[in-house]
Design a protein around this ligand. Structure first.
Ligand SMILES: *Cc1c(COP(=O)(O)O)cnc(C)c1O
Length: 424
């Protein structure tokens, strides 16, 4: 638990706001974010690299909420985007094009044109066809644009299989074998301005050794291509720094910073970072109410009003979040329970064998570490609303995205006349 979510007189507070009050006024389930925690995380990241020429581009996909993005932007963050939609979101949150980096393997020509129009800082390019596409669109628009090549360093991030991106055989980046050919293209594609290299080896990387391996490869590439007459001015180290989920411990962030300094700190390059989870992960909780305390034949289940459609990480990555009662109780240790949602899938399971003293039907619980890839990955599966998102700062709170209820979703759809024809 972070200092931003603590018990005051036995009741969980988000900063100075009683979360039971938010539950009563906004309803459950809902996400709650701490603005102060966002600021703290940004500052910790920035200060760890004091004295270096760094740019921090918040990976918007971790939590694209406008208010979240704005709080980080106000601290000085730019954005790392992965789609034209995120470009619009970053701009809407007040981030200038010159502070936006565009990553992703499948940028379409329409998206590329929109990014060029916004005069973004840099494209991180992942393939040769993409180099041709950006060159073509930029030339049509009479522009020259900054490009770094995302390389696939073939290192294992040693994290969830589904969030590893730096090994050969994943779809990400240009592998070392093809780099020669990609670099040669810069001589024939005049609308591209080669700036340097990027790596992003995966997400929720909690052992910093793979970063060292990847950054050393970047340093090697920098020396090698400078020796061949290329100017390498920018290195983009991607995101991926993990946070402690339930029961995990993590080396201090200072160790990551030291890894950066030791590997690429003395190359005279400007260093960019694309942190997502590290900035927002522990700044959010998912607040939920127990609908039923069900004693099955062999297991006890606490069935929540939040489900996998609201927070898919446990089902998708087998991630384990800390889950705690909103009201501390003097109750004796209660029986272990599996914490599940209402969705009709066996994988709608937040985790097994949690002990939540005093929690039963009707009580509130908080799922911690829910600020990253929570609301961002939510769906309406099982006819469910998109739940509200709330932000707290000091003793005030605001609903920063309202509930998108079912009637509104029904209004998105339409039924053609011929749907009424019966079979015969
Ligand atoms: C997802 C992603 C990030 C952010 O990852 P985190 O693990 O949230 O820090 C950064 N860069 C790229 C290219 C990504 O795809």
């Amino acid at each position: 638990m972070t200092e931003s979510f603590t018990y005051v007189n036995g009741i969980l507070h988000a900063e100075q706001v009683d979360v039971a009050r938010i539950a009563a006024e906004v309803g459950t389930p809902c996400y709650i974010y701490s603005a102060e925690r966002l600021r703290h995380n940004y500052k910790e990241f920035r200060d760890a690299f004091a004295g270096m020429d760094i740019h921090i581009h918040y990976a918007n996909k971790a939590n694209p909420n406008l208010a979240v993005t704005r709080v980080l932007a106000a601290c000085g963050a730019g954005a790392d985007i992965t789609s034209g939609g995120e470009l619009e979101r970053a701009l809407a949150a007040g981030i200038k094009g010159q502070n936006i980096i565009y990553s992703g393997v499948g940028k379409t020509e329409v998206e590329i044109a929109a990014a060029l129009k916004a005069d973004i800082y840099q494209f991180n390019v992942e393939s040769m066809p993409e180099l041709h596409a950006i060159n073509k669109v930029a030339a049509q628009m009479g522009k020259k644009t900054a490009v770094t090549l995302r390389v696939n360093p073939d290192v294992s991030a040693r994290t969830y299989k589904k969030t590893s991106t730096g090994e050969l055989g994943t779809k990400f980046g240009i592998d070392m074998v093809q780099l020669e050919e990609a670099m040669a293209l810069f001589k024939t594609l005049p609308a591209l301005d080669f700036k340097g290299f990027q790596v992003h080896i995966g997400s929720h990387v909690y052992d910093y050794e793979p970063f060292r391996e990847a950054f050393l490869k970047l340093a090697e590439l920098t020396h090698a291509w400078r020796a061949r007459g290329y100017t390498v001015e920018r290195l983009d180290l991607g995101g991926g720094v993990g946070i402690p989920y339930d029961g995990q411990s993590l080396a201090p962030f200072a160790d990551y910073a030291r890894t950066v300094r030791e590997t690429v700190g003395n190359l005279g390059c400007q260093i960019a970072f694309e942190p997502g989870r590290r900035l927002v992960g522990d700044a959010g909780i998912l607040l939920s109410r127990v609908t039923y305390d069900k004693q099955g034949h062999s297991n006890r289940f606490l069935i929540l009003d939040a489900g996998m459609n609201d927070l898919i990480r446990p089902a998708m990555y087998e991630a384990r979040h800390s889950i705690i009662p909103v009201k501390q109780s003097g109750a004796e240790q209660t029986a272990l329970a599996d914490i599940v949602g209402p969705v009709c899938e066996t994988s709608d399971l937040f985790g097994v064998d949690y002990r939540l003293p005093g929690v039963g039907t009707g009580d509130l619980v908080a799922i911690l570490q829910a600020g990253a890839y929570g609301a961002a990955m939510a769906s309406t599966y099982n006819g469910r609303a998109l739940i509200p998102e709330v932000m707290v700062s000091g003793n005030q709170y605001a609903v920063v995205r309202r509930r998108i209820a079912i009637q509104e979703q029904i209004d998105w759809e339409s039924v053609p006349d011929w749907a009424n024809v019966a079979t015969h």
